[in-house]
Design a protein around this ligand. Structure first.
Ligand code: C2O
Ligand code: CU
Ligand code: CU
Length: 488
């Protein structure tokens, strides 16, 4: 019987700690120990691609109507090789939705893929029947209309597949795109806009020699670490910039890989927004951690560099090629009338005294003989059941949710980026300490590292109905680390 060393390493089970895993017979078939590396890709040769903004097919006085067809496509990601992806409109990433706060849109999704799909707009305040509940499948050949009221303040959000037990596989194949909300408050700010406002979706992937995607979830530990970094679907792109300021909206769209952003020049990143929109004030940071599904917006000023300079966006968590994400080549001068104002947008601090109650959620592994490796990912000791409601906050109530990442079973455990649908929250503290500046704003996803406890405060507003909270390591989500709450 052979246990994949890589899976155990990812699980944190090795490295001195006592390993007390019960060995199930299913272990024999578990994992391949040495995956072949992806075909070697030259870095910084292909230009960054910016996903096109999708246009409505018709408009009424109140609503913009869009239509999207999900289908397979053959695309060239690695030079000279074809990769089959699943794309919204056949694109990887999908087209960008750019919407106005308060302006409703309706998106008809047609499914030409060979599997049932679900679309979730991550970060939005969406009625439950349009939120992309994991069992609300659009069957192959079918279609469904999603209604998005867009009541959320301006923010960088995204949309992606959410099919029960298949989310990791579907997103890995390409079903993800940006969803950006604009509003009047941001309109009034002099931040870089238009072609100087650029979304960047960072993802790791692994490819076979023929160019096909290798999806190996290592049982349910988390997809095998990629050895190719993609930005908007292009491996290690280069982006020609002018010597001026740019706004970058950065999303970690990976299944199970965390990043830590930094610049090769040591220049700090000027953070202006988190998941749920602008911060009260910009903050300069030498490094910004970014877990799966989290977004940050940064302004980078290239005017400090002479023409001809090259600045690499780095992953300070990665080694070798994985330590680099993309390159900015400063190639021309351009006037710049943009600015980063000293104050951006007030962010409400909800006082703890406003909370009607505190709920406890323990994310952790549970020993089992029926999975390989023999742990399951559960919340409060129970796996996801679409028919069980685990919390019923009342509409309008403020609640504190205390989320603990338990490491049990003598295995080191894994980090869990916890995402709550419907609400934006503030982080009260991590292990009793105030959150770092990179997450001290509106959030919908929070990394809860192994052994840590994070307290969140949030107001349940927008809609009544059944919503989910889950781990955004998509393989954990698919392996039942998800729970229902119903706003009543
Ligand atoms: Cu980004 Cu429930 O997901
Ligand atoms: Cu979501
Ligand atoms: Cu997890």
């Amino acid at each position: 019987m052979k246990v994949s060393r890589r899976a155990l390493l990812k699980l944190g089970a090795l490295g001195g700690a006592a390993v007390a895993l019960p060995l199930a017979p299913t272990f024999a078939s578990f994992g391949k120990d040495q995956p072949a590396p992806s075909p070697l890709v030259p870095r910084f040769t292909r230009a960054l691609v910016i996903p096109p903004v999708i246009r409505p097919v018709r408009r009424t006085a109140t609503t913009d109507f869009y239509e999207v067809t999900q289908k397979e496509a053959r695309v060239e990601i690695l030079p000279g090789l074809q990769t089959t992806v699943w794309g919204y409109e056949g694109m990887f990433p999908g087209p960008t939705f750019r919407v106005r706060r308060g302006r409703e849109i309706v998106v008809k999704q047609n499914n030409l893929l060979p599997d049932g799909v679900v679309v979730h707009q991550h970060g939005g305040v969406t009625p439950a029947d349009s939120d992309g509940y994991p069992t609300d499948l659009i069957p192959p050949g079918g279609s469904r209309e999603y209604v998005y009221p867009n009541g959320h303040r301006a923010a960088t959000m995204w949309y992606h597949d959410h099919a029960m037990v298949k989310t990791g596989d579907h997103v890995y194949k390409g079903l993800a795109g940006f969803y950006i909300v604009d509003d009047e408050v941001e309109d009034r700010l002099p931040l870089p806009r238009g072609r100087y406002d650029v979304p960047l979706m960072i993802q790791d992937r692994r490819f076979a020699a023929d160019g096909s995607l290798v999806f190996d979830p290592l049982g349910h530990i988390g997809v095998i670490d990629g050895d190719v970094l993609l930005v908007n679907g292009v491996p290690w792109p280069r982006f020609e910039v002018a010597s001026r300021k740019y706004r970058f909206r950065i999303l970690n769209g990976s299944n199970s890989t965390q990043f830590k952003l930094g610049l090769s020049t040591g220049q700090p990143l000027t953070l202006i927004a988190t998941d749920g929109g602008l911060l009260p004030a910009p903050v300069d940071l030498p490094a910004i951690p970014l877990a799966m599904a989290e977004r940050v917006e940064v302004v980078l000023d290239f005017s400090r560099y002479p023409i001809g300079s090259r600045v690499i966006l780095e992953n300070l968590d990665g080694a070798g090629r994985l330590g680099q994400i993309m390159r900015f080549d400063v190639v021309r001068e351009e006037p710049d009338d943009s600015a980063v104002p000293a104050t951006l947008r007030p962010v409400e601090s909800i006082p703890e005294s406003a909370a009607a109650r505190t709920r406890d959620w323990v994310f952790g592994p549970r020993a089992t003989m029926s999975a390989s490796p023999p742990v399951e990912w559960v919340i409060n000791g129970r796996e996801f059941d679409p028919n069980r409601i685990d919390a019923t906050p009342r509409l309008g109530d403020v609640e504190i949710w205390r989320i603990k990442n338990a490491t049990e079973l003598n295995v080191g455990g894994m980090d869990h980026p916890v995402h709550i649908h419907l609400v934006s929250f503030r982080i009260l503290d991590r292990n009793g300490v105030k959150p770092g500046p990179y997450e001290d704003g509106w959030k919908d996803t929070v990394l809860v590292p192994k052994g840590e406890e994070v307290r969140l405060i949030m107001r349940f507003e927008g809609d009544r109905g059944k919503y989910i909270m889950h781990c955004h390591n998509l393989e954990h989500e698919d392996a039942a680390m998800m729970t229902n709450f119903a706003v009543v």
